[in-house]
Structure formats: C-alpha cells, structure tokens
Write a protein of this length. Structure first.
Length: 201
C-alpha cells in the first residue's frame, strides 16, 4: 500500500496493530479522523489515554472496574458464596447480559496455553484458591470456553480445589465444543448456566 505521508502511515500502523483491523480498514479510519477538527481528534485521543490511566482491576475478582472493588463484588444482593470462573471481562459481560446469574465472578485473565507460553502462574488463580480454602465459597462454576485450553484450565482448577468441600460445576454442553463463550447467544448461555452439571475430571 503506497501511503503518501509518513504521519498517515504511522497512524495506519498503530490502528492496524489492533486485533481484527487490517491495513485498509485502518486507512479508512485514519482518513476519517483526518477530516475531523482538532478538538474532536484531541477528545478521541484523551478518551483512550484516560481509559489506560484510570481503569483498574478489581482486587477481589479480577474484573475491570473504575474503583478498587467492582460494582458486582460490592453489591450486597449478589450471592457471594457462588463464584463463576471466567477467562476475561468479555465473558462477564456475556453472562451478565443473560440476566439470570446472581452470583459473583472470578476473572482469570486468560487460560492455560503452553503453546502460547501461558502457565498457571501467569493467571489470577491464587486469590480464588485462598477464598475457597478460607471457606468463603459454596459453589464454583467453571465457565470457560469448551476448547482444549479451556478444559486444561478447568482440570487444573479442579485438582487445586479438590481438597475442599466446595461443589464444583461446569456449564452444560449447550455451548458447542471448540467455541468461544463470548460468542454464544444469550439463551444458550443462560440455559448452560442454569443447567450446569458437576465437573468430572
């Protein structure tokens, strides 16, 4: 792609580094920004700068939050003895959109994937183990995508939590094997939560 300006090319390179955005899409977006006035572009840039500077990770569950403790963990109406373990924030949003889950979450921040160099030590696991061993949880739902990496992570957590008396369940297989949880439709996801089954090693 022959781009006539170094500044334009740099902007295209930055945008195309985002997942799902190719060079042509990035060029279209940059040209749109170029047509806007300077105040609009400054506001656009400031939003992302503020995002990076101000978004926090909930110290209790690992969810994204504007405060040290997220609104779900702070909510006294949630069942804090029921914890749904998910890979990332997108899964929290997907489950919350069903409106059928009243417990809390634990966001791992990824899944075990040796091919990508991600091991248990790279994930937000220990606080979950600590809460379980302290007797603060009655049931843990392993709501990870039914992929090989997701199943590996579920098995690892099951072994780690096996010494406790906690009920460990997993989503019913309304979620297709090999699919990503965040892409499941709300009805399927809702039924999978409601019809969860005991985790089998």
């Amino acid at each position: 792609m022959n781009i006539p300006s170094r500044f334009l090319e740099d902007a295209v390179e930055q945008l195309s580094s985002l997942p799902g955005i190719g060079k042509r899409t990035a060029l279209r977006l940059v040209l749109n920004l170029l047509k806007r006035n300077e105040a609009e572009v400054e506001q656009f840039a400031e939003v992302f700068l503020h995002l990076k500077q101000n978004v926090k990770t909930c110290s209790d569950c690992g969810n994204i939050s504007d405060t040290t403790i997220c609104t779900i963990c702070e909510n006294p109406e949630r069942n804090h003895r029921l914890v749904c373990v998910v890979e990332d924030i997108r899964d929290v949003m997907a489950i919350e959109s069903t409106g059928t889950y009243s417990g809390t979450y634990h966001v791992l921040g990824g899944i075990i994937s040796p091919m990508d160099g991600i091991g248990p030590g790279d994930l937000f696991i220990q606080p979950l183990i600590d809460k379980a061993e302290a007797g603060r949880i009655d049931e843990i739902i392993l709501a990870l995508s039914p992929t090989m990496e997701g199943d590996t992570t579920c098995f690892f957590l099951f072994k780690k939590l096996g010494k406790t008396d906690i009920e460990i369940s997993t989503l019913s297989r309304g979620i297709a094997v090999g699919s990503e949880l965040q892409y499941a439709d709300e009805l399927t996801l809702s039924r999978s939560i409601q019809q969860r089954v005991p985790f089998q090693s």
